[in-house]
Design a protein around this ligand. Sequence first.
Ligand code: MOS
Length: 748
Amino acid sequence: MSGQTIKTEITAGPSKVIGASLPRIDGPLKTTGSASYASDYHFPRMVYAVPVCSTIANGKIRSLDTTAAEKLPGVLLVLHHGNIGPLFRFAGHGRNSEDRPPFEDEVIYYWGQYVALAVAETFEQAQAAAAAVRVQYDAEKPNVSPVLNDKLAGAPHTESKRGDTDAGFSGAPVQLDETYSTPVETHNPMEMHATVAVWDGKKYTLYESSQGVMNHLNVLAQVLGVPKENVQVISKFIGSGFGGKLFPWPHSALAATASRRLNKPVKLTLSRKMMFSDVGHRPRTQQQMRLGATHDGKLLSLEQHYRNHTSMTDNIRENCGEATPFLYSVANLSVTSALVKRNVGTPTPMRGPGAVPGLFAVESAMDELAIKLQMDPVELRLRNDTLIDEEKNKPFSSRHLKECYTVGAEKFGWSKRTPAVGSMRKGDLILGWGMAAASWGAGRGACEANVTLNSDGTAYASCGTQDIGTGTYTVFAQVVSDRTGIPVSKIKVVLGDSSLTPGPTSGGSTATATVLPAIVAAADDAMKSVIAIAVKTPGSPFVNQDVETLVMSDGRIHAKGQTAESGVPFQDVLTMATVAYASGDGKTGGLGSDTKAHDYSTHSFGAQFAEVEWDPGIARLRVSRVVCVIDGGQIINMKTATNQVAGAIVMGVGMGLLEETVYDPRNGHPINDNFADYIVPTSADSPDIDVTFLDIPDPLMGVYGARGIGEIGLAGVAPAITAAVYHATGVRVRELPVRIEDLLTARV
Ligand code: MOS
């Protein structure tokens, strides 16, 4: 459909295992409770650490008195600014969450900032000691204002620019100029952050809940000031992260420091309250959208001027304009950004950072434009679709957004929609139907993997990446199985250990695309090793044959052009040769190092269709149905992929209707820092979800043509919901989440 030809890298033929709906291979370990998460590790002599959190959000520590705490039973150590000793700033390869090491000085920048760490024999003793640390502050009024209209020091930063938006907008017969806001959202994975730090006299072993064991190693070695070989990071199972666990947070270095100081293993687990202050959040955004169009819906000008809040200590830009420059064809475009400082913890990526809040603004504005034009919102998007990335002036490697719209509209029943507000009913309920486009980047990083084929007929695959709950273990086994013919049940996958070959951070929806070519190369290399052994082993049916004439398929070594049945199981060859296993290594290069990739723009796309039910009698709003169509390249595992996107849609219901972290303007405390007051959607809030993958391989992405699908499922959900809310009620909500108070002015 995209009308371009790319020399394809897709070499994989039809497969029984690639694309199959396989259950997670680690599922039984999780459901039987035998999967070890970070805080499940216990060691002899282990002690417990509890942070002391600041109760002001702006000011200075005047005095910190640990005398009473140190006298309590079981207390071993209270660390603070005065005795922490040197921790170092991170300046190297990778990324840390906060620039500043913990306890660097006595200045307080946000509520909950760690000011001390109490360590004791038991968790309860450590909690009591933390509570007994007396801290006096010189407090100043914090600035946690959700309104980001601050006067800027300089001009906003230009993110993207083409044509002349001033002329384009002022000359446009149809204009829209509105501002949209998205709130602070807090990552609330089931598993909270934790570190179990074990100093053994030479080396730190850190059991973490981390989305990137290799990055964690690189950062912590530098922060602790030790060589990389003196740190090992283990993260075998993760109860999700949503971006909050991409980069290390200060508790990890604190636990490591306490372990070294006491020469004992130290366990530090964050409370749900600390999760709201100390380990990042999606920053608040405020985005002005200016759209100009012709009467028949051709975009003439598109502007997005956004601001996001950041912390006093770090400059974190939420990349709200990620998808804006290439989503639609438009000659005049301008995207600018600006940062506004607040007394909050440092923001960090949350699922679909930038694009997700950014698309709330872009897609809400498109919906409002469609209404001004009295045009169907799907039709408006079809009229402005493009197969060229007009920012880079390059074709897309694979873009099938039009098909996402048409397939989604068909599945949703969009043709039955009547556009007038409140015009669709289901009994006493008013139905609202809305839709939005989705986009997220597609990338591929560098990776090395190892595969061994074992003499007992099993295989083993390993890599220094991790599975954050998304199915990475399973994808590894599927690819090894696809290459070698060894059944998935006989393949053991080892991940989540920084001592393995370097693997990617599970972030940016890039892990699958990154690991696939490395696993393929490693499996192929291991099969070559078996063949090399086969021709050298006396008594082997292949002895002295040319390796070039042999292949391995369906788990057997045989002559090229012959069936697998004619051959010999690989394990028989290894057994005959008294070899324990044949090993293979494989490497993936990043997309950036692929010269062919420079000629194309590579992204994933999607369309979201949402139905809300509005009950005006009791002011009740529910998202009842979501149809989602994703163009994410070839899908490796239909079950885990569908889970990912369905989960993202539930998260989108949270973003649309429920989630918001609220800071008390008097003291900067995130006052809803618990699960009673910060509402996340549960089963009862979950709509009927219909997920479709176009499953069209991206010719640029390697052997299988897979892009990532971890984040795109969230993009477009919230604006589809608010469009549906408008359709049902006539109320346009431009500030998320939708509140019942907003809807009390409903026209119907
Ligand atoms: Mo994602 S926000 O890169 O975990």
